[in-house]
Design a protein around this ligand. Sequence first.
Ligand code: FES
Length: 187
Amino acid sequence: MAVLTPELRAQAEAIVARYPRPRSAILPLLYLVQSVEGWVSPEGLREVAELLGLRTAEVEAVATFYTMIRPRPTGRHVVNVCTNLSCALRGGRDVYAAAREAAGLRPGEESSADGLFTVREEECLGACDGAPVMQVDFANHERVTPERARELLDALRRGEVPAPSRGAAPRDFRHACRILAGVEDLA
Ligand code: FES
């Protein structure tokens, strides 16, 4: 079954028209597909390639380079915890363990059985001065303690949208992907 509905396909064509060369639209289109599926499936890759006149392998090469593009189904919220050097020195691994526990993940699991959370260990998120950093649906929360990580996941479980360290936060991962595709505002 097609990932992009006729309405989304029209949005995809409008995205492509923003760029002088179609291939420049690969990432926004991958975000658009991800906003539908919560991940980018093989069918999603194929549709992006067809829209851009590229081979699926070319689109896949981009999709697999960026960790923001998920190759497996995700929960409603994607929580990335940085465990790179600055964050590790300031307790990032404990934050990661606390987030996994709060999400109810068993060893080897990345996503919770209730469909609410995907928790991932991430490399440097580019905000080392705020270490340890935890991202919720791409919004950064800085100087997070294990206790704060549990509070954040509890708030998400209640349907709240916790305020990040700067700016506003998307409602969930799919909303974040629509914003990154450029078809919806952060409101
Ligand atoms: S090492 Fe964690 S944000 Fe840079």
